[in-house]
Ligand binder design. Structure first.
Ligand SMILES: [Zn+2]
Length: 381
């Protein structure tokens, strides 16, 4: 799985247990072929007639690397692979693939609230790992909006609920990239504008929150709680499902907001980032409280992932990058995220050592930092 020319110390560091600092639950039930195909793509539509989502970098990677975990030959056909999946059952498949990822702690974004997904403690049990919760702030807002009778109650309840949920979590996460775009006004909105917007919101509280004033209010209310409790704030950036407008998910758009958070000592974690990994690496380079990862990028770019990692590592300080699988739906996405992280980083480190740029001990140290050490420090695990 790793390059053949790696020194033992670097190999050991890469194979050491990972902290998966951002992931989601995988499904607890058996899935049909059509469901499985939708869960291995960020797209929301079936492949065109006569084609398959297995003909993607991630699809081929599943046949190559996940098939042996289910006792099949590498490169098993999609039909054989999915038949074996059904034969073993979802519980066994989840246990095998999550454990194959070699993760020691899952930090689970629980904001999707789908009953078919494993909860954070269940992810831990299936994967033989510890598990902690990351709270999605837009989900908290939805819960509050649905029960608040008046705009003033809405504001008070939001602050209380954020504080209550933060007490059981290791970080907040925002999907403002999806709800608005990262090109939001970075200033804190006035109380008057928030009350006016909240009155409009409470007329239709079940709708998805897209009001820019309330999204900013939510963000700043979460910043206040994060500062008090020393919690990092994760932000979706870069590619994702078709709800995102990619050109408005460039993390560089967060620059002024990031600057405003610097004196508050709230760590900002830029998730995924692709294809803006260079912009993210720049922000992590110049702002002391900014961290980055590649998340599901490595699962979806698969064999090409090493090049993406290489670009991130052009500029990112090594104490600023973290591993995540961003797995969701099927446990294959966890195994592949971990596998392509280790393979890709192994390739980059082997090249640095071969070129005489890095010592073996530096390469091993950086592998430990990015694989688990940085996340332990940032999330106080
Ligand atoms: Zn995610």
């Amino acid at each position: 799985m790793l390059p053949a020319n790696l020194p033992d110390a670097v190999r050991d560091a890469l194979l050491a247990p990972l902290v998966d600092h951002h992931c989601h639950g995988v499904r607890r039930d058996e899935v049909s072929r059509a469901q499985f195909e939708l869960l291995i793509t960020e797209g929301a539509a079936p492949a065109p007639p006569g084609t398959t989502h297995f003909d993607t970098p991630a699809g081929v990677a599943i046949r190559r690397w996940c098939a042996p975990v289910l006792d099949l030959e590498p490169h098993a056909s999609p039909a054989v692979y999915l038949a074996r999946r059904l034969e073993l059952g979802a519980g066994e498949v989840n246990r095998r693939l999550l454990r194959a990822a070699g993760v020691v702690a899952f930090l689970v974004d629980t904001g999707l609230e789908e009953p078919d997904l494993l909860t954070a403690p269940e992810m831990g049990r299936h994967g033989g790992a510890a598990a902690d919760e990351i709270v999605r702030i837009e989900q908290i807002e939805q819960d509050v909006a649905e029960v608040a009778p008046l705009a003033v109650d809405y504001m008070d309840s939001l602050a209380e609920e954020l504080a209550a949920r933060a007490a059981r979590a290791v970080a907040f996460k925002s999907i403002i990239a999806y709800r608005h775009g990262l090109d939001f006004d970075p200033s804190r909105p006035s109380r008057g504008s928030v009350i006016a917007a909240a009155n409009r919101r409470l007329a239709d509280p079940k709708a998805r929150l897209t009001d820019p004033v309330l999204l900013r209010h939510l963000l700043w209310a979460a910043v206040d709680v994060a500062r008090d409790r020393g919690l990092p704030m994760q932000f979706h950036t870069g590619f994702g499902d078709p709800d995102v407008e990619l050109h408005r998910a460039d993390p560089a758009m967060l620059t002024v907001f990031v600057r405003a958070l610097q004196p508050l000592n709230v760590p900002v974690v830029l998730l995924h980032c692709y294809p803006f990994q260079r912009q993210a690496a720049y922000l992590a380079n110049v702002y002391p409280h900014v961290y980055v990862d590649l998340g599901l990028t490595l699962t979806h770019t698969a064999a090409g992932g090493a090049r993406v990692l290489e670009e991130m590592l052009e500029l990112v300080p090594f104490h600023k990058q973290m591993f995540s699988s961003d797995c969701y739906g099927v446990a294959e996405t966890c195994h592949l995220g971990a596998l392509y992280f280790r393979r890709g980083l192994g390739r980059v480190l082997a090249a640095r050592i071969d070129e005489g740029e890095w010592s073996v001990s530096d390469a091993a140290r950086v592998a430990h930092m990015i694989g688990s050490g940085n996340a332990r420090r940032v999330y106080r695990l």
